[in-house]
Design a protein around this ligand. Structure first.
Ligand code: SAM
Length: 432
């Protein structure tokens, strides 16, 4: 890991120079450091084998964001997010973006430093994570300005080297946990309740952390799909289920394009007392199409109160204007917007949705000849073949009681996510 020490040092001094106003935040070096550079350095300098030995695979931006997004609206002053195997900090960076702390840079960094904890066995990874968190905090501070040397030294001091799965104080202090633990093979301890012999380290690491968390702590983890789907891990699943309320279990697909491992996203809340198990883990198999096979799915990009009214005028679609199961061609509202817009036809789905609603995912067919700006409370499903016919089929499928039963069984939280919706089967496609 020697090679990474050099990178850690460079990133540390970059963060320092930027903090003291000696280098621009907009410098390409900063952009690279915040966008996948540590992963690139790891792949280039360390090589596959060593990466596998260490279990070091850093999460890309998109997946990190997808993982933490259910915490949106929950992270505030007093929240403590822990990544017990933080690598170069990619999951913590995604979590940092969800804090709505405002104010001058130095104060904001101090607050965020209290709210984000990371541990990694490799010291140079943890140091890189600290430097990147500082850069990201500066980048997302509205009133930019320099901070003192002292403030630089104390920024993100809770991100350190150490064994995250054995750090009781850290685990007990967390209100939220994010993780992508090492996936190597290890031998289960003799007294392990749920496995014997060789097991995936992710299973061991996950349970070691879960055991120490306080009741009510929310957890989001990227785990190898075999833990969700493999018969060898059914006891592990029972163990986890008995100690938590499962919020969601979402198959994701390949971890990234360099890593040939299928992963899933697990969301749960630690329970105070063990309960009888209830299985949420199995997904219907079979060759049937899922929504993601025929649609590109995205969350709308307009945050209405925040995004400047600049750029071209567009029809503006917000959650309130969606009439269930109808088609909509004349949007009442218009607004200027510079970001991503969507070309109809597409199916718009409101993101709020509760277990027990008569339909979990309610569709509206959006038709308009102009690109539409869409509010971020709306999920957009764009047919890959561009037809209204595909949209109508999707609406029928969403309206089918099987879609609601399926979502109720697998997603207990109150927000539909792109990842969850993507893997819902297309019901009725076979009879069309
Ligand atoms: C798969 S990587 C993920 C890193 C980061 N969370 C991310 O998603 O980008 C796992 C990391 O765990 C670290 N690690 C392995 N065993 C650990 C342990 N017992 N405690 C803390 N970190 C550990 C490795 O050094 C590696 O950086």
């Amino acid at each position: 890991v020697e090679v990474f020490s050099t990178y850690a040092r460079q990133t540390g001094s970059l963060a320092k120079r930027v903090s003291l106003g000696k280098e621009e935040l907009s410098s390409p070096k900063v952009l690279a450091a915040l966008d996948g550079e540590p992963g690139r350095v790891l792949r280039k300098e360390l090589g596959r084998e060593k990466q596998r030995d260490l279990g070091a695979f850093f999460t890309g931006k998109r997946l990190a964001k997808a993982l933490v997004s259910p915490f949106r609206g929950e992270l505030k002053r007093g929240s403590v997010v822990l990544d017990p195997a933080c690598g170069a900090g990619d999951l913590l960076l995604a979590a940092l973006d969800l804090f709505s702390t405002r104010g001058p840079a130095a104060r904001r960094i101090e607050t965020l430093s209290q709210s984000l904890i990371g541990r990694d066995l490799v010291d140079s990874f943890a140091r890189t994570a600290r430097a990147r968190l500082l850069l990201r905090a500066l980048e997302t501070t509205a009133h930019r300005g320099t901070i003192s040397k002292e403030a630089v030294r104390s920024a993100f001091v809770n991100v350190t080297d150490g064994r995250g799965d054995a750090d009781m104080p850290a685990l007990e202090s967390a209100t939220h946990v994010v993780m992508n633990p090492p996936f190597s093979k290890v031998i289960a301890e003799a007294d392990c309740e749920w496995a014997a012999g060789s097991v995936n380290e992710a299973a061991v690491f996950f349970v070691a952390c879960l055991d120490e968390l306080r009741a009510g702590t929310r957890v989001r983890a990227i785990l190898p799909d075999v833990l969700r789907s493999g018969s060898r891990y059914s006891k592990w699943r029972d163990y986890v289920t008995s100690r938590s309320d499962i919020d969601s279990v979402i198959p994701y697909g390949l971890f990234d394009r360099w890593t040939d491992v299928d992963v899933f996203l697990l969301g749960l809340t630690r329970r105070a007392r063990p309960k009888r198990k209830r299985s949420l883990w199995s997904y219907p198999r079979g060759k049937g199409a899922r929504i993601r096979d025929q649609f590109d799915i995205a969350v709308g990009s307009v945050v209405d109160y925040r995004d400047p009214r600049e750029g071209r005028w567009h029809p503006f679609l917000c959650a309130r204007s969606l009439r269930p199961w109808k088609s909509l061609s004349d949007m009442q509202r218009r607004r200027r917007f510079k970001g991503r817009t969507f070309d109809p036809p597409f199916v718009a789905i409101r993101r709020t949705s509760r277990p027990g609603d008569s339909h979990r995912a309610v569709g509206t067919l959006v038709e308009s000849s102009r690109p539409v700006a869409v509010e971020n409370h709306v999920i957009v499903c764009l047919p890959k073949d561009g037809t209204k016919r595909a949209c109508r089929q999707l609406m029928r499928s969403l309206k089918d009681a099987r879609s609601t039963a399926w979502l109720d069984k697998r997603i207990r939280c109150r927000h539909l996510t792109v990842e969850a919706l993507a893997v819902v089967p297309l019901f009725g496609a076979e009879d069309a």
